[in-house]
Design a protein around this ligand. Structure first.
Ligand code: NZQ
Ligand code: ZN
Length: 396
């Protein structure tokens, strides 16, 4: 296990009915001028917007709104947010939504103190060490973990780039996690979010660092929680405990708990971010399509032990032969996503082979997967994995 620091100071307020008594006290720590950031309107449909506006109104807050944050949030929206913060002397950003809304808020918060254009903050990619406005979140979708981490991912459609940035000041100060706010998440986004949580766990679990039983066994437990609860949430969207388990898994899968103490870079996210950058698809869906094909592609005598462990401890596969057990685990992963009604080929989400070469080039250019991944991936490998996604697969 590598050396690490685990410092995750986000104050998590988990559970129902907390906003009424806690939200305004939390915001008042930072000031009265609030930038309320949200997406395309789901919070207006489910009543959360009215509740927040009512609470802030009674508390005499000055509320400035930034609405319409896109899934795969755009740099233009970040720029609008920075301008609003400056014009209105904003003290705190309240992000109400999923990862896109929270990510957009994080880069607005960082952009506020920066003399550079916000895209320069991201494109620099060296990590953001500057100051940021305080961020409070009300999470409405279990997926990214953005509610409890330092990262943000922003899209520049003009340049076909989707890049991540992160810095300590961008970590939310307080995040409200009320599972009831996720009752209205549609099935497609519930499945996509669950695939994203699983992928965050897979990306660190399939790693070359030795001696990380704590991280690995915690990961296996979280994977099992998602695999158990996602189908329940799909069947019964207002099942509180299913939504609660997905929500808490979202935060724990990407707050460093299962990642710190390991080295090496992620593979599927590097490949998926290019799909989103070129075709604006849903992040978790792209990951679900890529992941089993990637697993099968990197399965070898060198990696089989880890895949067999995954098959046994996560999927309960009892097969003794390690290679066969590994393949059964990969098949189970594919079948799980399919059973969640995720379209499991790239053509099914509108992607054909035309840009495979270009996207593969960018995936390698935007990351260090060629040298530092679980199994290093060159452009030709990435292209081959994309190609495997053209048709349905069977791994046995
Ligand atoms: O925009 P609204 O109207 O709110 O609708 C959203 C959106 O259409 C809807 N939704 C959210 N909560 C809802 C709801 N609909 C009904 N009821 C609710 N309670 O769901 C749709 C997707 O929302 P979005 O925020 O885009 O989804 P997600 O949370 O999956 O975020 C995806 C973004 O996060 C990035 C992804 O790349 C993508 O850009 N990621 C961020 C990470 C991070 N910050 O650590 C890591 C991840 O790996 C990921 O890359
Ligand atoms: Zn992700």
């Amino acid at each position: 296990m590598d050396n690490f620091r685990f410092y995750v100071p986000t104050d998590i307020r988990f559970g129902k009915d907390r906003l009424t008594t806690e939200l305004t006290d939390v915001l008042d720590v930072y000031g009265k001028n609030v930038l309320l950031v949200y997406g395309g309107g789901s919070i207006k449909k489910n009543g959360l917007y009215d509740q927040v506006i009512d609470l802030l109104g009674k508390n005499r807050n000055k509320v400035v709104e930034l609405s319409g944050v896109e899934p795969n949030p755009r740099i233009e929206t970040v720029r609008r947010g920075v301008a609003l913060c400056r014009e209105n002397e904003i003290n705190v950003i309240l992000a109400v939504g999923g990862g896109s809304t929270i990510d957009c808020s994080k880069v607005i918060a960082a952009g506020f103190y920066s003399d550079e254009d916000p895209w320069e903050v991201i494109a620099g990619r060296k990590g953001f060490q500057g100051e940021a406005l305080p961020i409070v979140t009300i999470l409405t979708l279990a997926a990214t973990g953005s509610e409890m981490n330092i990262g943000a991912v922003i899209t520049n459609l003009a340049t076909n780039q989707k890049l991540g940035v992160g810095g300590p000041a961008m970590m939310p100060k307080v995040s409200f996690l009320d599972p009831t706010t996720t009752f209205t998440v549609p099935a497609y986004q519930t499945a996509a979010g669950s695939a994203d949580i699983l992928s965050h766990l897979f990306e660190s679990y399939f790693n070359i660092t030795e001696g990380t039983d704590v991280q690995d066994f915690v990961s296996e437990g979280l994977m099992r929680a998602v695999i158990k609860n996602c189908p329940i949430a799909l069947e019964t969207p207002d099942n509180y405990d299913a939504r609660a388990n997905l929500m808490w898994s979202s935060s724990l899968a990407l707050n460093g708990l299962t990642r710190n103490g390991k080295h090496g870079v992620w593979s599927c996210h590097a490949m998926e971010h290019e799909l989103s950058a070129f075709y604006d698809i849903t992040h978790g869906i792209g990951l679900a399509i890529l992941t089993p094909r990637w697993m099968n592609y990197v399965l070898s005598e060198q990696t089989v032990a880890r895949f067999a462990q995954f098959a046994r401890n996560v999927w309960g596969i009892t097969e003794e032969d390690p290679m066969l057990a590994a393949k059964k685990g990969i098949q189970a992963t594919y079948d799980f996503f399919k059973a969640c009604d995720i379209p499991m080929t790239l053509p099914a989400v509108g992607i054909d082979e035309e840009k495979f070469g270009e996207m593969a080039k960018q995936a390698v250019a935007h990351s260090t997967i060629k040298t530092d991944a679980f199994v290093p991936l060159a452009e030709s490998d990435v292209e081959a994995i994309y190609r495997e996604c053209l048709t349905e697969s069977s791994f046995l």
